[in-house]
Design a protein around this ligand. Structure first.
Ligand code: NA7
Length: 536
């Protein structure tokens, strides 16, 4: 193991940006190679999205026995998850445990935000500057900056005028917030809002929810993990993991092979009821064609609409909460008591789909001429997903060309791992890779394994630079797009498409299909990194 003690201005083999799940595991792999590495992280500790998203009720929507590293059999044998779906504090505890257990902290530098990353063509080095005034030079630069790390805060007129407290779910104060006795407003009804609303409603004197688009949400049915269930998985963890890696999303949705309309209406109803009762994202595995056939999707959507109607007592509120779009097109939410919360007398739903938020005033929020006064206002308005964190860094490649200029019409990558004009730069779970349409953990491990093997190969073969070819990149971008258009995903205004951020180019960013993607990456490596130019 290399315990490289970084001196200011010293040359590194690799500089990694971000100490979330991706940055940590990549560091582990690169250290095994004996490389000098520095991981730069804006937060005061490891965890990435799990460091920042501390809002009440924050939880992963992938089962904890799956949402964890698999690179170390000892780690996965020893670690004990307490609940089916892990809470944010438990996940953060796990990440800190991993940092300690594998002695990673020596190469992690916190409270350091990377401002720029420029490729010095003459020297063949990346040079990074930080908000701490430091400069780092390295042969390779890896952006492990996360898919959901750059918050989206819409420019509501008058936003600065509000005199009460404001919060963004993705930048929650570590000490937590006590809303007892307060009038609280929350803008947004995506996953973060759906998880936090039931908790905030229990504390606040009154909670007002501003909804632009209703989301579909499936009950989590969270519960403590039973010893027998854990023992069963742990007895054969490696095969459990191997099986799940063969699933399209890298996670077991218990996919049923029939098409929705190939079975009787009664059978469909039975299946949906069973999935609703079991809870979670596996609802989407009810039939093989829910995400590719509109008529099939309609049957699932209609089932969920009926559940909302059955849970929410006030018919007008139920109607407002009822989505009309394609289910699963925007990320499906997983909740604990979300719809039930609207039966509380201290919760009000305000539909802003027809009359957008007019202004934020000193006292609160104005919609359609009506003022809603608050003590605290929460923005649950999501993220500039997948490209947002990269866009915040001044990244420049050959001839000083900014990445923002190259990606002006949307991100262009080869395999989501590299981009033409930016040699020796790797992206982890970048646009064009399966990333957010998978269980992130196996995707992260697959990328870290691939990138570290690639760096080992390039270093041992005395190759100076590795860079995607334009031909390979163009073909991959086209392929990602073609695959996306065989599904229903591109048909709604989701963050997968960048549609949630005004002015962001509308491009479907994740690659759909984990197993074919892994096969392609393996084939590229086996063929001497085909599609990349290796320059001596
Ligand atoms: P999401 O899912 O992007 O949700 C953001 C919410 O904020 C969504 O309901 C938006 O409505 C709403 N929003 C955004 N801008 C506005 C404006 N200008 N006015 C009113 N409402 C607005 O983010 P989350 O943090 O909840 O979840 C992100 C991911 O984290 C999630 O998918 C999981 O993977 C974990 P819209 O739907 O755009 O009409």
């Amino acid at each position: 193991m290399n315990n490289f003690d970084h001196q200011p201005g010293a040359e590194l083999d690799v500089v990694v940006v971000g100490a979330g799940f991706a940055g940590l595991y990549l560091l582990y792999r690169l250290r095994e190679l004996g490389l000098s590495v520095r991981v730069l992280e804006a937060g005061s500790g490891p965890g990435g999205t799990w460091y920042w998203n501390r809002y009440p009720g924050a939880r992963c929507d992938v089962l904890s026995m799956e949402y964890s590293y698999q690179f170390s059999p000892e780690l996965q044998a020893d670690w004990v998850w307490r609940e089916r779906y892990a809470t944010q504090p438990e996940i953060l505890h796990y990440i800190n445990h991993v940092a300690d257990r594998f002695d990673l902290r020596g190469d992690l530098q916190f409270n350091t935000r990377v401002d720029s990353a420029h490729f010095d063509e003459a020297a063949g080095r990346w040079q990074l500057t930080t908000d701490t005034g430091e400069v780092f030079r390295a042969r390779f630069c890896v952006m492990a900056t996360g898919c959901l790390s750059s918050t989206n805060l819409p420019d509501f007129p008058g936003r600065q005028r509000f005199t009460g407290a404001t919060y963004h779910t993705g930048r929650w104060p570590p000490a937590g917030v006590d809303f007892t006795g307060q009038r609280v407003g929350i803008i947004g009804t995506g996953s973060s809002a759906i998880q936090s609303i039931p908790h905030i409603a229990e504390q606040a004197a009154h909670l007002t929810v501003f909804q632009r688009t209703p989301s579909y949400s499936i009950p989590a049915r969270n519960a403590p993990l039973g010893d027998a269930e854990v023992a069963h998985i742990k007895a054969d963890y490696a095969n459990f993991r191997a099986r799940n890696r063969q699933m399209s999303f890298g996670v077991d949705f218990r996919l049923r092979e029939e098409a929705a309309l190939s079975v009787s209406a009664a059978e469909r109803e039975r299946e949906y009821h069973a999935r609703w009762a079991a809870g979670g994202l596996a609802f989407l595995g009810a039939f093989s064609d829910l995400l590719v056939d509109q008529a099939a999707n309609d049957t699932a959507a209609e089932f969920i609409r009926q559940q909302i109607k059955a849970v929410v007592s006030d018919p007008l509120t139920a109607e407002k909460l009822t989505p009309t779009q394609i289910v699963g097109c925007k990320r499906l939410c997983v909740d604990s008591g979300y719809y039930e919360t609207f039966n509380r007398s201290n919760v009000t739903l305000v539909d802003v789909s027809d009359s957008p938020i007019e202004a934020i005033t000193a006292q609160g929020v104005r919609v359609a001429g009506q003022d809603y006064p608050f003590d605290s206002l929460i923005f649950a308005t999501g993220f500039d997903a997948m490209t947002g964190a990269l866009a915040k860094i001044d990244i420049r490649g050959r001839a000083g060309r900014p990445l923002s200029e190259k990606w002006a019409a949307g991100p262009r990558t080869y395999l989501g791992l590299g981009t033409v004009g930016f040699p020796n730069l790797f992206l982890m779970t970048g646009p064009g890779s399966p990333s957010v349409l998978t269980n992130m953990l196996p995707s992260i491990e697959q990328h870290a394994d691939w990138i570290s093997s690639c760096i080992a190969y390039v270093s041992s073969a005395q190759i100076k630079t590795i860079e995607a070819t334009l031909e390979a990149e163009d073909a991959w971008v086209e392929h990602v797009n073609v695959v996306a258009h065989t599904t229903l995903y591109p048909s709604c205004n989701s963050w997968y498409l960048g549609a949630n951020v005004p002015g962001k180019p509308r491009v479907f960013m994740p690659y759909i299909g984990f197993p074919p993607y892994v096969a392609k990456c393996d084939q590229v490596a086996a063929n001497g990194y085909e599609g990349f130019e290796l320059a001596h």
